[in-house]
Design a protein around this ligand. Sequence first.
Ligand code: ZN
Length: 258
Amino acid sequence: MNNLIKTLLAITSSIILSACSGLGGGNISPQQENALGAQQERQVLSKVRLIRSGRLYNAVKNVGSRIARVSGRPDFQWRHHLVDNPRQANAFVLPGGKVFVYSGLFRYAANEAELAAVVGHEVAHALRSHGVKGAARRQKAGLIGALLQVGMGVAGVNPQTAQQVNQVYGQGATLGYIRPYSRQNETEADSIGLMLMAKAGYDPRAALTFWAKFGRQGQRVPEYLSTHPAPASRIANIRRLMPQALAIYKKSRYARRR
Ligand SMILES: [Zn+2]
């Protein structure tokens, strides 16, 4: 039975690898991303309550538009929403540049520069189409799982074994195929986000103070199980990029204006 599992996993992983190669960037158009984002935005807006005025709202709008302006994607339909939810210290982005910030995030973001660290990170996800690619990846893994089940049915594999294979496949796909990309995406979003905030004229050192505060409250799961980099590796990555970010910050047109 172990051999059977190994053989099946070898087959499916080779299918996955060949499927992956078709998943590079550039196979979704900006129009498709905008349409997808607009559709998802409507769904989210039907479920959350927005804050549409006040100091925090103005901060989200201001930071959001400054970062959108330096993003190099005027073709995206940028939107910036503040969700009324003081318990959630969170933010996310939808394809095509729809940024949502939860009011709870302001427990950690003490000023616009710290908010810019988060918005820059989210905008970077949108620029790299991480959401769209992640969804395609999960879909593909699910499809392969389903094909595997059908295959085992045809081959007359007994149900218990089939269930075991499915479990092993599910864990393998998550740990080996979906999660590593998620973590790689997080690090990439941190790096690109740092340069974006600097370019928009926000002191990139605020990313260090923000992620340090944010990491202290974070969940303490081992890094390999988490989609988020461990706070220490996140901070180390940002520190490594700081000289480059500071150089961009000093040149930024917003910084000069002050
Ligand atoms: Zn992220």
